[in-house]
Design a protein around this ligand. Structure first.
Ligand code: NI
Length: 167
């Protein structure tokens, strides 16, 4: 297993729509494990495959490990089936855009379906930080980053805090 290099904005791969995962191969198992390791080491609570240069629809997240019990999730070919009309604005960082914490309005709850590493399709309702994190990671699969969801003045402010140089 290896820690993978995380692409930094404005790498073009972060603005590219990813393709569906065609099968749960040993390569996908390995990628998911390495993405989890990379996410924990970063440290972060979510990481999408395009952030490590793989343009496939897969992300990992664990919204509880920093405060309690680890709950690693591997979401392959996720679909957001429903978004609540109620919107919540939360603080979001991105491992590909180190520095700024952005405030983005997103659905407070979502219903999401995805395939796990066991090949089974599952569906779950996510709310609170899990819903925000899943929507953030899902955006990465469509080539959308936090900066793309900000008004021009907020985007300029975020860019002024962006550490473009690798740490
Ligand atoms: Ni991100």
């Amino acid at each position: 297993m290896a820690i993978l290099p995380i692409l930094r904005w404005p790498d073009a791969r972060l603005s590219t729509r990813a393709s569906a995962v065609e099968g749960i191969t040993p390569g996908i198992h390995r990628l998911a494990q390495e993405m989890l390791e990379t996410m924990y080491a970063a440290p972060g609570r979510g990481l999408a495959a395009p952030q490590v240069g793989v343009l496939q629809r897969l992300f990992v997240m664990d919204v509880t490990w920093k405060t309690g019990t680890p709950d690693p999730m591997v979401c392959i070919n996720p679909e957001i089936l429903w978004r609540s009309a109620v919107v919540a604005t939360g603080d979001e960082g991105c491992l590909s855009i180190p520095g700024p914490i952005t405030r983005i309005a997103r659905a407070q709850a979502i219903q999401m379906a995805w395939t796990g590493l066991d090949g089974l399709r599952v569906e779950r309702r996510l709310s609170g930080f899990a819903a925000i994190c899943a929507q953030h990671e899902y955006d990465h699969l469509d080539g959308i980053v936090t900066l793309d969801r900000l008004a021009p003045a907020e985007r300029a402010q975020a860019l002024s805090q962006f550490d473009a140089v690798a740490a």
